[in-house]
Write a protein that binds this ligand. Structure first.
Ligand SMILES: NC(=O)c1ccc[n+]([C@@H]2O[C@H](COP(=O)([O-])OP(=O)(O)OC[C@H]3O[C@@H](n4cnc5c(N)ncnc54)[C@H](O)[C@@H]3O)[C@@H](O)[C@H]2O)c1
Length: 319
């Protein structure tokens, strides 16, 4: 059994990973300031600290074996209008966390990085050596953190894995996606199915893709959680390992909407809107490194299963 600090464990992904760690018999402490998280997002059995990563030095001690770092501001649109918040919380907050880890002698880290570090791809499947040219401050702040972590590994022997998630989706039992405002496609389409939203906007239907709409790589949150457990096992002193987490195949916006229609049996009116700036036609991961280094293969990659899990969660939490 190991003892882990999970920052952002009251949020969507952190809550699901914390639940997996507890199920595997580990001890979990969640550190969250509830800026976007929810009390119900913290799994039973975890110790909860209502606090900020900026104050991590107060909470970390040598009894922790590793930190899993999910806490961040992560709304792309907000980052464009309020970039300072992203440098402050994501970069400043992580710098404080890394310093606190060094001070406490906690020398292992798994970090939630993102496909947004790549920006607009110039090639098909994105690999970890693809060009990183983020198109918004959110992606830039996450890339800056990846660089910070790399330096910490070289200079101070940190063992670190950055996992670059593509589009995380689905739910794990009582833990699911609940952002406010919601910006992710699957929960937005489900809001239409629940009558909480009149229609779904399709931002551009003239992209060079089979049906003209953008193609994205959707990864089930439970598959993602398994990769974190593997990352904790393989992290090696002085190494910063970066792994993309995706399925390696994409689904178009229209395919997602059609799947929601089939799963829910509800009507989903759609409205075609202009393209959004900085929205690439296709964003799909090569997950080869995760396969080779983490021994990780996603097992829930079919869209119907992902949407069904998300729908069951959304229906249960619909008030
Ligand atoms: N959801 C996705 O599709 C996706 C894709 C790529 C990367 N990511 C990254 O994964 C991580 C988790 O994403 P999520 O969708 O679960 O987001 P989320 O907003 O649901 O969770 C983030 C959690 O961090 C907490 N938090 C934020 N700032 C904090 C601070 N200073 N101190 C303490 N707690 C703080 C929030 O209260 C929240 O509970 C983020 O780092 C995000 O950038 C998510």
């Amino acid at each position: 059994m190991s003892k882990y600090l999970v920052t952002g464990g009251a949020g969507y992904v952190g809550g699901v990973v914390a639940a997996h760690l507890l199920e595997a018999g580990h001890e979990v402490t969640v550190l969250d300031n509830f800026s976007t998280g929810f009390g119900e997002g913290v799994p039973a059995g975890a110790t909860l600290i209502d606090g900020r990563i900026q104050d991590a030095a107060r909470y970390l001690d040598p009894s922790f074996d590793a930190v899993l770092h999910f806490a961040a501001s992560s709304q792309v649109g907000e980052s464009v209008v309020n970039p300072g918040k992203y440098w402050d919380n994501n970069v400043g907050g992580t710098l404080a966390l890394l310093t606190a880890m060094r001070g406490a002698g906690v020398r292992k880290l798994v970090f939630s990085s993102t496909a947004a570090t790549y920006g607009e791809p110039t090639e098909g499947l994105l690999t970890e050596t693809s060009v990183t040219a983020p198109t918004n401050p959110y992606g830039a702040s996450k890339l800056a953190v990846d660089h910070m972590i790399a330096g910490e590994c070289v200079a101070h022997g940190l063992a670190a894995v950055s996992l670059r998630y593509f589009n995380v989706a689905g739910a794990y039992g009582e833990f699911g996606e609940r952002h406010d405002p919601e910006t992710h496609l699957i929960p937005l389409v489900l809001q239409v199915a629940l009558g909480q939203r009149e229609s779904i906007s399709v931002f551009g239907d003239d992209y060079p893709t089979p049906d003209g709409t953008c193609v994205r790589d959707y990864i089930h949150v439970a598959d993602l959680a398994q990769a974190h457990l593997s990352a904790l096992r393989v992290a090696a002193e002085g190494e910063h390992l970066i792994c993309n987490l995706g399925n390696g195949n994409g689904f178009s916006v229209r395919e997602v909407i059609e799947t929601v229609r089939k799963v829910t049996g509800r009507e989903i009116p759609e409205v075609v809107a202009p393209r959004r700036a900085g929205d690439p036609a296709v964003l799909v991961a090569s997950a080869r490194t995760a396969h080779e280094r983490l021994g990780w293969t996603p097992t829930r990659s079919d869209l119907t299963g992902i949407v069904t899990d998300a729908w069951n969660f959304a229906r249960r939490n619909h008030s």
